[in-house]
Design a protein around this ligand. Structure first.
Ligand SMILES: [Zn+2]
Length: 456
């Protein structure tokens, strides 16, 4: 059995080395979409793993290699960490208070591009491994890593990497790339991610824009047609009108409703800070709030364009119009099914002239709330955060978790170093150092618990 206090002492002793490693990782730019520093970063990661005795393998893909690593442990349990070594571009640079690749500490916060997403998490896991080894001599369970370099460009190679290496990646538990604490400092457990279908709808009704007086009562207007088409997709009651759209939605279980009933809802202050007068769906309980927020699919117009958008007036009939829209999907919907239903719906409503271009697809995924490791991971947070994790059966966001569920069948959970104000993808990305070290303590306990348990 492992002693939690001993783990904490080991983490404390290694503090300086951990901060150095975090500094090295965050100082190395690794921007996948700009092809900047990617190979250098991959080498840094491989060196950090090999120094710790991991066997590593680079899996080449058309763009950036994925890193597979493994270190055998004593017991027969296997833990898989999913991470990525690429980051988002730092622009706009003038909005950073310190340079994005020059890690800086201000008021207990660690600022750098990648501090949370995802280098802080990667270093957190390495530090947890070090601490467990220092206390136990050997890892109590086998630890594996899958660290890709294409997460910030939508993981185009990930499914292939997982499918081709499913034997090597096989595990009892997968810890997702991120984790965070809420406004009260409690660790959050996300057990699912919504899927995504991103489309661009476009049409052209005329060879070119034309005079709205001479032709306005004669010629078809692309902007009007697009608006009518969009109105046929979702009504003012917020219901999506595509036939069969909700057919495959799995309603929340009793246990989902019980867990969501215990979650804090977004406060009035947070809502008004967003500048919104109200939520689009009224709710009467936390369970209903979360059912509407994350267990119900949505359709969002993300952008539109048509006609004259400059200053003053210009009297024309727009020849072309387009809109970008995303559908967030829940189990058991699939992006292909919804794309097909959307196209049929537009045809049936007389909008066969609208071109539907699919720009992205992600499947929804869920780990069952009654999986035994959900309790284990949630409870191992207790002596770090003073309470077990708050369990969110689904999150509103999307990610490639489906590939892990499909090819490895592994349950996916979250534990980590971020908080809701970490500014990921934005200027001044940061983590709070207290969260960082709590994340390490929690992760070390998860490794210990999966390997057979902590004392007391
Ligand atoms: Zn990201």
């Amino acid at each position: 059995m492992i002693d939690g206090a001993e783990l904490d002492r080991a983490i404390e002793r290694n503090k300086e080395a951990v901060m150095r490693e975090l500094g090295d990782f965050c100082a190395q730019p690794s921007i996948s979409t700009q092809d900047l520093g990617m190979r250098e970063m991959a080498r840094l990661v491989v060196r950090a793993l090999e120094r710790r005795g991991f066997s590593t393998r680079m899996v080449e893909t058309p763009r950036y290699p994925a890193i597979l690593a493994e270190c055998r442990g004593q017991g027969d349990k296997k833990l898989l960490f999913y991470n990525h070594y690429d980051v988002q571009p730092p622009e706009p640079l003038d909005q950073w208070q310190s340079p994005p690749f020059q890690p800086t500490i201000r008021e207990g916060k660690y600022f750098a591009r990648g501090a949370m997403d995802d280098k802080g998490h990667l270093v957190c896991r390495l530090a947890a491994i070090d601490a467990v080894r220092e206390v136990c001599g050997e890892l109590p369970c086998t630890v594996k890593f899958l660290i890709e370099g294409e997460e910030e460009i939508s993981s185009p190679s990930l499914e292939g990497v997982i499918a081709d290496n499913s034997r090597d990646l096989e595990a009892d538990l997968c810890l997702w790339e991120f984790g965070e604490v809420d406004g009260e400092g409690l660790s959050m457990q996300y057990l699912g991610f919504r899927g995504l279908l991103y489309v661009e709808l476009s049409l052209q009704t005329l060879a070119r824009d034309c005079h709205s007086g001479i032709w306005g009562s004669l010629m078809p207007n692309a902007a009007w047609r697009l608006n009518w088409a969009l109105s046929s997709i979702k009504g003012m009651d917020e219901r999506i009108r595509i036939p069969g759209f909700y057919e495959r939605v799995v309603p929340p279980s009793e246990e989902d409703l019980r867990l969501m009933g215990d979650l804090p809802v977004i406060s009035e202050a947070e809502r008004s800070a967003m500048g919104a007068k109200g939520f689009i769906h009224p709710y009467s309980s936390p369970a209903e709030f979360y059912e509407k927020a994350v267990m119900t699919p949505s359709c969002t117009i993300c952008g539109m364009g048509a006609g004259y958008l400059g200053e003053g007036q210009k009297t024309i009939i727009p020849a072309k119009a387009f809109a970008k829209a995303d559908f967030r999907l829940v189990p058991d919907q699939t992006p292909e099914e919804i794309l097909d239903k959307l196209k049929r719906h537009l045809d049936a409503e007389g909008f066969g002239d609208i071109h539907v271009n699919c720009l992205g697809m992600i499947y929804p995924s869920r780990t069952p709330v009654d999986h035994p490791y959900v309790r284990m991971v949630a409870e191992s947070a207790r002596d770090v955060y003073g309470r077990s994790q708050r369990i969110y059966p689904m999150s509103g966001g999307s990610g490639p978790a489906h590939y892990f569920r499909k090819h490895l069948g592994v349950p996916i959970m979250t534990a980590g170093v971020g908080y809701l104000g970490s500014n990921i993808h934005a200027p001044n990305e940061h983590i709070r150092l207290a969260d960082f070290f709590n994340g390490i303590r929690h992760t070390a306990r998860i490794i210990a618990d999966l390997g057979g348990g902590l004392d007391g």
